[in-house]
Design a protein around this ligand. Structure first.
Ligand code: UDP
Length: 457
């Protein structure tokens, strides 16, 4: 009997948040753990679902979200996540219980790995006596500020007040109040409540998996480990393991991005993308267009349909705008970003500083121009520009074509840009070497695998 149990294959159940920036790292993690001998099941909500046929080695189970049309199509991610944490409890519990009781004779479901923002999953896992690990898909540095929210509220840094935005937050140098991982919302209580639950249910978990590497974020990782007293597994960068990843893109990746890059000189192109959620005003969109046009550098620009208020796609551009640039600018709706950043023609990445984009840029040694929108992006941008010094930040509240042009020139043609490029190439080397045998992420992955085995017994 004992011998029989020893040869049981261990199955992991993964539960991603249905947003692009959370789905990508979860599926990368699934591929990494599959390569370590685990069987993988994904439970996903029937909304922004990953395509199972791209991942034939994994088993997929869909659960209903029961959101109204308005709740499901909201651009307010906090409200979406809050609703999902309420609506998904019962269908998730039912599905997980079924998976545990229907496990094949030679398999046992040994652990749940859930996105940290699905805080309700801890209570469900507890009720089914299943250990739960958490994946946090942002930087450790930004998450490390969340446990201090009560203090930041008590000290009056939060809620944000216009008069204090430029004040340093002495507890978290070099951040200023405007860099704190929050959103400018009319009713921030809902956000604080979500964060507080995410922190407490992460603390109650059996450990956190991070898409980062120790050398990059050691102080934050140490501080979180101390505060939450749970094991930490910084095993990133996920997408740089030498594995065959299938795309988990929810939008079609326009391959003309690559054929156009093939026609450009090395290190010349500014790649511009603000991720899957950020939205611009029409005025901001036009300043970006003119800033890029006036910089005289070639650019590849991702304009997600619906990402400019009041427009479907490129309608606000003046007639003939792109044609007049004589092929110097290429605009797509969605790009194969990891491939784009690895292309020789790319010279810089103008990003909203989402954590996946930041890691993907570091891993290809591409310097960044940062223009964060909200929450962790604020912290990431500050660390990119002021701590790791691998990019510059557009700090002015109002986007302006002159400043955009100056930043591009600084990064692409001036000495400061050369120094930034040198530093990001060093960080790239570090990111790659930590995955090699004996490297920090390599060792943390070994300890994660052992940890999961110990949870399974
Ligand atoms: N991405 C992509 N094509 C694009 C823009 C983004 O494949 O045109 C991917 C990108 O590689 C990253 C993810 O979408 O993995 C965005 O995640 P991030 O954390 O940077 O930002 P979010 O979308 O969550 O704000």
């Amino acid at each position: 009997m004992e011998q029989q149990q020893q040869i049981k294959r261990l199955r992991l159940v993964l539960f991603p948040l249905p947003l692009q920036g959370h789905i990508n790292p979860m599926l990368e993690l699934a591929t990494i753990l599959y390569s370590k001998g685990f069987s993988i099941t994904l439970i996903h909500i029937n909304f922004n679902s990953p395509n199972p046929s791209n991942h034939p080695h994994f088993t997929f189970h869909s659960i209903p979200h029961s959101l109204s049309e308005a709740e499901a199509t909201t651009k307010d991610a906090i409200s979406l996540i809050t609703h999902l944490n309420i609506n998904c409890v019962e269908p998730f519990k039912e599905c997980l219980a079924r998976l545990i009781s229907n496990a094949l004779d030679n398999e046992s479901v040994c652990c749940l790995i859930a996105d940290a923002m699905f805080h309700f999953t801890q209570a469900v896992a507890d009720s089914l006596k299943l250990p739960r690990l958490v994946i946090r898909t942002t930087s450790a540095t930004s998450f490390g500020i969340f446990p201090a929210f009560p203090l930041l509220l008590q000290k009056g840094y939060l809620p944000l007040q216009v008069s204090r935005l430029e004040e340093p937050v002495v507890e978290f140098p070099p951040l200023k109040v405007k860099d704190l991982p929050v959103m400018n919302m009319r009713n921030p209580e809902k956000f604080y409540e979500l964060i507080s639950r995410a922190v407490s249910e992460t603390k109650a978990s059996s450990g956190v998996i991070w898409n980062t590497f120790e050398e990059l974020e050691q102080p934050a990782l140490d501080s979180i480990a101390k505060q939450l007293s749970i094991p930490m597994f910084p095993i990133g960068p996920f997408h740089k393991y030498n594995l065959a990843y299938s795309s988990s893109s929810l939008l079609v990746e326009d391959q003309s991005s690559i054929s156009w890059l093939n026609t450009q000189p090395p290190n010349s192109v500014i790649y511009v993308s603000f991720g899957s959620l950020a939205v611009l005003s029409e005025a901001e969109f036009l300043e970006i267009a003119w800033g890029l046009a006036n910089s005289d550098q070639p650019f590849l620009w991702v304009v997600r349909p619906g990402s400019v208020h009041g427009s479907e796609w490129l309608e606000p551009l003046p007639n003939g705008f792109l044609e007049n640039l004589g092929g110097r600018g290429h605009v797509v709706k969605w790009a194969p970003q990891q491939q784009v950043l690895g292309h020789l023609a790319i010279g810089a990445f103008w990003t909203h500083s989402g954590w996946n984009s930041t890691m993907e840029s570091i891993c290809e040694g591409v310097p960044m121009i940062c223009r964060p929108s909200f929450i962790d992006q604020n912290v990431n941008a500050k660390y990119v520009s002021n701590v790791w010094k691998v990019g510059v930040q557009l700090e002015n509240e109002i986007l302006e074509r002159g400043e955009i042009k100056r930043m591009i020139i600084k990064l692409m043609r001036e000495k400061e840009g050369e120094e930034i490029r040198y530093r990001v190439s060093k960080l790239k080397d570090m990111a790659i070497s930590c995955l090699k045998q004996g490297g920090s992420s390599y060792k943390y992955l070994e300890s994660l695998v052992n940890h999961i085995h110990s949870l399974g017994h």
